[in-house]
Ligand binder design. Structure first.
Ligand code: BGP
Length: 474
């Protein structure tokens, strides 16, 4: 890969930090989500209920142990570390004018620690951790006021860290909320709690619009603060394959792809695609979209497109096929792909899909791309203080091989690759620790027991070699 390729790892504040009310931090929406499992959805409670278990409250105690963890990442040779700023550490309720200095200080210290090892911080502004108060008082991103609150947050932190952070991204997996069947997605993206019988799609279109405006203002203001800033959008890339060569299946796959692509279309191209405007027309939606909003969006195009890649989907129009409705893609048309194995959580394992999606995005946008999440969730076994995670090494090896082909054979301009969950952390969709991703094992289980001790897995040493060889050794 190119000399300055950004090899690294990715985490998120709400999944690692813990310290959920420390140093003035306010409750975030992640703090009111209980634990779940592959077949038991997480519960979103009203505030914190004393008889429930909230795995994000302690996370992996990164807030206290970050120096040890950052040192371990540096030992692997990371050139960058992706994490997020917990919005409710900076603005506990979210609608304050003035920020919480103790929260700002923590991220000053964290970014200094990252940079002292010559690693670039890659910072997500909103990673499913908006202040809970904004949901309760304003209804989350249903409310246009969230634009002002988010821009206040984004400009305060971009200004504060403008000499420490160059790479930013606005809304993590902003397209998840198009999965209307699983309420966790609209909640974590936009703080939306669907009402009985409401038109969910309309609520999501409106919330996403306000987020597009907030993102565009953030991009413009960020560039005014520091012309070197690279500010990206971030979507969950889950390509849809047609189950058969029946033209109906091919059209269905294109339609399903557009549920994701429209989010990157707006943030990369600066305008709504016609297929979305046609959809609003068909449904008679009169959304709160002003001409000024559209001008702001046009002037706030992102510098790169970041995305997560875990799996691909397969769709079929054949009513007689059993439809799995995969939780990450959520479309009722999803069916098993007979050519792909799957993880224990039902996510297809498809390394070629990564090359496919890199080409799809680069053909469509011709701007730099950044793989900011790719990882293998698995219930690792601890064996005499060792973790022989060969399956994770195999998964990552195959995906990196396809990533290299996309760059070296297809000509894709790729900024970097940060492995998701470079240290074991609290899973997003299920709230489990047992769904482990890390190169580093954390001794904590799903009943909140454990020493929180860190332990290098076999993959720690493997990835160290991959980075050292700049991707030649796999
Ligand atoms: C993405 C999120 C990450 C991470 C990842 C893995 O949706 O951006 O926060 O959690 O998915 O998902 P999970 O943790 O559910 O296995």
């Amino acid at each position: 890969m190119k000399e300055n390729f950004l090899w690294g790892g990715a985490i998120a504040a709400h999944q690692v930090e813990g310290a959920y009310l420390t140093d003035g931090k306010g409750l975030s929406i992640a703090d009111v989500m209980t634990n779940g499992s592959v077949d038991q959805p997480r519960e979103i409670t009203k505030g914190v209920q004393m008889d429930k278990y909230y795995p994000n409250h302690d996370g992996i105690k990164f807030y206290d142990l970050y120096k040890e963890d950052v040192k371990l990442f540096a030992e692997m040779g990371f050139r960058c570390l992706r994490t997020s700023i917990a919005w409710s550490r900076i603005f506990p309720n979210g609608d304050e004018e003035k920020p919480n200095e103790a929260g700002l200080k923590f991220y000053d210290d964290l970014f200094d620690e990252i940079k002292q090892y010559n690693m670039e911080p890659i910072i997500t502004l909103s990673h499913f951790e908006m202040p809970y108060y904004l949901v309760e008082k304003y209804g989350g991103w249903r409310n246009r006021k969230l634009i002002k609150f988010f821009v206040n947050f984004s400009t305060v932190v971009m200004k504060r860290y403008k000499n420490k952070v160059k790479y930013w991204m606005t809304f993590n997996e902003i397209n998840n909320q198009m999965i209307l069947t699983n309420t966790i997605f609209a909640y974590t993206n936009s703080g939306i709690v669907f009402q009985e019988g409401e038109d969910r799609l309309k609520a999501v279109y409106q919330a996403a619009h306000y987020q597009f405006v907030a993102s565009a203002i953030t991009v413009r203001k960020g560039h005014e603060m520091n012309a070197d800033f690279k500010i990206g959008a971030m979507i969950a890339a889950t390509p849809n394959y047609a189950y058969s060569c029946r033209p109906e299946d091919v059209l269905l796959a294109q339609k399903e792809d557009r549920k994701n692509l429209y989010f990157s279309d707006v943030q990369v191209r600066g305008h709504y695609p016609s297929y979305i405007q046609k959809d609003w027309e068909r449904r008679g939606y009169k959304l709160d979209i002003t001409q000024e909003d559209l001008q702001i969006i046009e002037k706030g195009c992102v510098d790169y497109l970041g995305f997560s890649y875990y799996l691909s989907n397969t769709v079929s129009t054949d009513p007689d096929m059993s439809h799995t409705g995969n939780d990450l893609a959520g479309n009722a048309d999803a069916v098993e792909n007979p050519y792909l194995a799957a993880t224990s959580w039902g996510w297809s394992i498809d390394p070629l899909g990564l090359r496919y999606i890199l080409n799809q995005y680069y053909d469509r946008y011709e701007i730099p791309l950044f793989i900011v999440e790719n990882g293998f969730g698995y219930e690792d076994n601890l064996d005499c203080n060792k973790v022989h995670d060969n399956n994770r090494i195999q998964f990552l090896k195959e995906h990196i091989a396809e990533m290299k082909k996309a760059v070296e054979e297809d000509g894709v301009d790729l900024l970097g690759y940060t492995v998701w969950g470079c240290i074991d952390l609290v899973s997003f969709t299920t709230g489990e620790m047992r769904k482990r991703y890390g190169f580093i094992y954390v001794d904590r289980d799903d009943s909140e027991k454990g020493s929180y001790k860190r332990l290098k897995k076999d993959s720690f040493y493997w990835y160290q070699q991959v980075i050292k060889s700049n991707g030649d050794y796999l």
